[in-house]
Design a protein around this ligand. Structure first.
Ligand code: SF4
Length: 461
């Protein structure tokens, strides 16, 4: 099972046990954490395996057809291994397809239907009643390592990109209250989080739906707005006085994004932006119906780098979108050459059931998609290798993710990430010669000795 969690030590012996298989993106992982937190408050314990679970929850992803297949396979495995399965998450909105493939599922609930999924667990595995229920609240259950946490600021999206069904699955933008978001962040940092990853479908649109509603925070008003949020997150301090790293994901290059770059230059916000550009050719962007589709992005990137030279920009791109000509693709390649992005992920266009793009004319043949994908990956790998090579000889702050055992010479290695690397999607820093007292979540200054296309190698400075 993926992303399972273990029984909290204080849980009662005969509590009903819930297994969790969490598929999909970090946003789905945050949902899984919320569901488990609710269930634990109701007296349930968690099972790390199928065998020990009274019921298994499968949190599905329904974004791409391949993700749906993976979700259906995970449901099938849970039914074969345990038999008592409740399905939730994005694919839960397609209950009929799930029931057709797996008639034995006990219940199907959709994305963010926390109440319904908890109710389904109560129905199919009623909680054990007894005098030993622990009434002392424990910190929220986390499926990510303790030293980094995802901070979800909103659900849904107001855009209508042609290849995406998220607005249909998750509804219109619904922003959380800024004081609630900041309180959660403060609690996470007090509990050991050293890196906050701000996520949503469109972080730069935070608060648009609530007209940037103002709330009181620490004696002053703050708006539900990305710049206020970034400024306040930059004020958080860990119990030892260190400034936690805060990364902004899924940001669109609207003009107000410029306001957070000085916070990065001051060291209050991690100099990192995850901007899903998806393409650069104006004709393709128009057919994709992408937000913040403006011609001046390259000039903005240059301006950001002038203010904060260390800013790392990560992005993702789709090749082979219907109607993409060789000229459009060439435009994208030249744009990438100029943009010099630090990290790039690429996808070959894949129709998603229900997406408007499926009706577009001029599909790109599979072999052309493959060929363009290979060319794009080759170019971006070369840019990445050059950018990483330029870091050799520098000393960079690194957050530690994992510390190894001493080898036969007593040398201890560790893996971590630089400020340019978000967990799970970017590169790593491999360290040698670290101290035995080093622990995950520690910040270390590392002298970079070597680099390849994706990763850096070094030793504590
Ligand atoms: S911005 Fe576009 S791709 Fe992103 S969730 Fe909204 S509709 Fe989908």
């Amino acid at each position: 099972m993926e992303n399972t969690t273990t029984l909290p030590p204080r849980a009662i012996e005969d509590a009903k046990r819930v297994g969790m298989v969490s598929l999909g993106c970090p946003k789905a992982l945050v949902d899984s954490e919320r569901i488990l937190t609710r269930l634990r408050a109701d007296g349930y314990a968690m099972s790390p395996d199928y065998a020990g679970a009274d019921v298994v929850l499968v949190n599905t992803c329904g974004f791409l057809d391949s993700a749906k297949e993976e979700s259906l396979a995970a449901i099938g495995e849970a039914i074969a291994e345990n038999g008592r399965v409740i399905v939730t998450g994005c694919m839960g909105d397609e209950a009929e397809a799930i029931r057709a493939a797996h008639p034995a599922v006990l219940a199907v609930t959709g994305a963010h239907q926390y109440e319904q999924v908890v109710e389904a667990v109560h129905t199919h595995a009623p909680p054990t009643q007894g005098p030993f229920v622990d009434l002392i609240p424990q910190p929220d259950i986390k499926l990510t390592p303790r030293h980094y946490s995802y901070l979800k600021i909103s659900e849904g999206c107001n855009h209508s990109c042609a290849f995406c069904i998220i607005p249909d699955l998750r509804g219109k933008l619904a922003s959380r209250r800024i004081d609630a978001v900041l309180r959660e962040a403060e609690k996470l940092v007090a509990a050991g989080t050293r890196e906050l990853l701000v996520i949503s479908q469109d972080t730069s649109a935070y608060g648009v739906d609530t007209r940037h509603e103002e709330r009181e925070w620490k004696g002053h008003p703050v708006r539900a707005h990305m710049t206020d949020l970034a400024r306040e997150l930059g004020q958080l301090r860990a119990p030892d006085g260190q400034t936690p790293w805060t990364r902004l994901h899924y940001v669109y290059p609207y003009p107000h994004v410029d306001a957070v770059i000085p916070l990065m230059a001051e060291g209050l916000l991690t100099p990192y932006l995850d901007i899903p550009f998806q393409h650069a050719a104006p004709a393709v962007l128009k057919r994709m119906r992408r937000p913040a589709n403006e011609a001046k992005v390259l000039a903005r990137l240059k301006n950001w780098r002038d203010i904060c030279p260390d800013i790392a920009v990560r992005s993702s791109f789709v090749v082979g979108f219907p109607g993409e000509t060789e000229n459009d693709f060439q435009y994208l390649m030249e744009w990438l050459q100029e943009a010099q992005l630090d990290r790039v992920g690429a996808f070959r266009f894949e129709p998603v059931e229900g997406a408007a793009a499926n009706a577009l004319p001029d599909p790109v043949p599979e072999e052309v998609k493959e060929e363009r994908y290979a060319r794009l990956m080759e170019l971006t790998a070369r840019i990445s290798a050059e950018k990483l090579a330029a870091k050799v000889g520098r000393t960079l702050p690194v957050i530690i993710d994992e510390v190894g055992e001493p080898d036969e010479d007593g040398d201890i290695g560790a893996t971590g990430r630089s400020q340019a690397d978000a967990p799970e999607i970017d590169g790593q820093v491999f360290l040698r010669g670290v101290s035995a007292s080093l622990a995950p979540g520690d910040f270390v200054n590392v002298r970079i000795e070597d680099a390849d296309e994706h990763d850096l190698f070094g030793a504590p400075a």
